[in-house]
Design a binder for this molecule. Structure first.
Ligand SMILES: *[C@@H]1O[C@H](CO)[C@@H](O)[C@H](O)[C@H]1NC(C)=O
Ligand SMILES: *[C@@H]1O[C@H](CO)[C@@H](O)[C@H](O)[C@H]1NC(C)=O
Ligand SMILES: *[C@@H]1O[C@H](CO)[C@@H](O)[C@H](O)[C@H]1NC(C)=O
Ligand SMILES: *[C@@H]1O[C@H](CO)[C@@H](O)[C@H](O)[C@H]1NC(C)=O
Ligand SMILES: *[C@@H]1O[C@H](CO)[C@@H](O)[C@H](O)[C@H]1NC(C)=O
Ligand SMILES: *[C@@H]1O[C@H](CO)[C@@H](O)[C@H](O)[C@H]1NC(C)=O
Length: 374
């Protein structure tokens, strides 16, 4: 066997630590878990975040719980689940929030998806608006303020337990969304401080679209100076290259990795960090939901979905498969026709090289990246 072939084989599967966290979504608590709930029509702030009105095991015997709100009783239920679970099992509730409407969302609507994918999304903007690392539109800020008002209502009316920890994608639209949602809330006295941790791997699925590239760390730090930027975060975006994009399999590997990172950072104390806020993107939240065994549930811009997660740490080695990224062709001018795949005008044939300068900030990584030990 030639050496290169051996390298290729070892390149396929990597063995992480000897422990493996197996995630499942616990159903029966939220409407979003029910097959009968239509994601497109579901309005989280009209449905108490989807929390189902019900009693929980053991409540009949407890006088203490009488008079508590559904959210207070649910929090007690999560404590009970943790208390009764074996040592290697934790339960946590993650509130996954999709960012509000961004300038890239508005442009995709304006140009239509085929022309957007085939041409416009590969540019930084159109001269009027910019969508590279897009900011929120005024409508997007309104959506985040709706989330803000809804949290405040639940704090005031149901004494909801507010998040113990906050994580966010490093993309501008998520930083803004988390900020407008939680900054300035009148938190109950015992609440955790709103001081999010910015995590590289919570970013959107990485395609050749410029809206999937992030700004440099100095810019991010300037925008949200008091927030924590995770250890190891690089000044420049080393993942987006404008040529290759993650496949959904590759993204799922990243989703598993970032969920593991968050669980490890939240610690093993089963009385702490039970409610967690994560601000991310439609594609990335969809990928994390699938890793969590949640049914598919697409979020509208600005929407939030709570998920009751069971995390079981197994002392076993599970191989992670490494998936290479793929290239996709696009046009050098608006496409000739609006169909699902790119049909470029005959005078401007399809290419796979970027339309924008990728090397404006060092370094540019052109090799496919894989989020494990490969
Ligand atoms: C993870 O949990 C699910 C559901 O309980 C189970 O079907 C699956 O086999 C588990 N995976 C591992 C690697 O143990
Ligand atoms: C969900 O709602 C949308 C919008 O009203 C509708 O187009 C779609 O058919 C519904 N889906 C299902 C599965 O009922
Ligand atoms: C749940 O209970 C509250 C308070 O009793 C009530 O206002 C609300 O309409 C109920 N929601 C559902 C979906 O039954
Ligand atoms: C740029 O795109 C926006 C929509 O995102 C649109 O309103 C505007 O008219 C476009 N500008 C030009 C010069 O076409
Ligand atoms: C954060 O939100 C406050 C309002 O609560 C606003 O004044 C500020 O400009 C926002 N900053 C960012 C980066 O969104
Ligand atoms: C970071 O990005 C900002 C805005 O794009 C730019 O002005 C600044 O020069 C960049 N900083 C570094 C260190 O490259």
């Amino acid at each position: 066997m030639k050496l290169s072939a051996i390298v290729a084989i070892f390149g396929l599967a990597a063995f992480a630590n000897a422990s493996y966290i197996n995630y499942t979504t616990v159903t029966g608590y939220f409407l979003q878990d029910e097959g009968s709930t239509n994601a497109t029509e579901f309005i989280y702030y009209e449905e108490n975040f989807g929390l189902i009105n019900r009693t929980y095991p053991g409540e009949e015997d407890s006088c203490v719980l009488k008079g508590m709100s559904q959210w207070q009783r649910f929090y007690e239920e999560v404590i009970r689940l943790n208390r009764q679970a074996p040592p290697n099992v934790q339960y946590k509730v993650f509130f996954f929030g999709r960012h509000g409407d961004g300038y890239h969302n508005a442009a995709q609507t304006y140009y239509g998806t085929p022309a957007w994918n085939c041409y416009w999304a590969e540019l930084d903007g159109n001269g009027t608006t910019t969508w590279r690392d897009a900011a929120l539109t005024p409508a997007g800020i309104d959506q985040a303020e709706t989330a803000h008002n809804f949290w405040q209502e639940l704090i005031n009316e149901q004494s909801i337990h507010t998040p113990d920890a906050y994580f966010t994608s490093p993309l501008t639209r998520c930083l803004q969304t988390a900020n407008y949602t939680f900054n300035g809330l009148d938190f109950p006295q015992s609440s955790a401080e709103f001081k999010p941790t910015i995590k590289e791997l919570l970013r959107e699925g990485i395609s050749i679209h410029t809206c999937d590239s992030r700004s440099n760390e100095s810019y991010i730090h300037n925008l949200v100076p008091d927030w924590t930027i995770e250890y190891g975060f690089t000044e420049y975006d080393e993942l987006w290259n404008g040529v290759t994009g993650e496949t959904s399999d590759a993204e799922a590997v990243r989703s598993k990795k970032v969920l593991d990172e968050m669980f490890r950072e939240l610690g093993s104390d089963k009385n702490e960090n039970l409610f967690v806020s994560v601000t991310s993107h439609s594609g990335q939240i969809g990928s994390m939901l699938s890793v969590l065994g949640h049914r598919s549930f697409s979020l509208n811009t600005g929407a939030v979905i709570p998920v009751l997660i069971k995390a079981e740490t197994l002392q076993e080695t599970v191989a992670t498969t490494c998936f290479t990224w793929s290239t996709s062709a696009h046009c050098t001018a608006p496409p000739a026709t609006s169909v699902a795949s790119c049909v470029c005008a005959s005078s401007t044939p399809a290419i796979t090289t970027p339309l924008v300068t990728v090397t404006s900030e060092p370094p540019t990584i052109t090799a496919p990246v894989c989020y494990n030990l490969c």
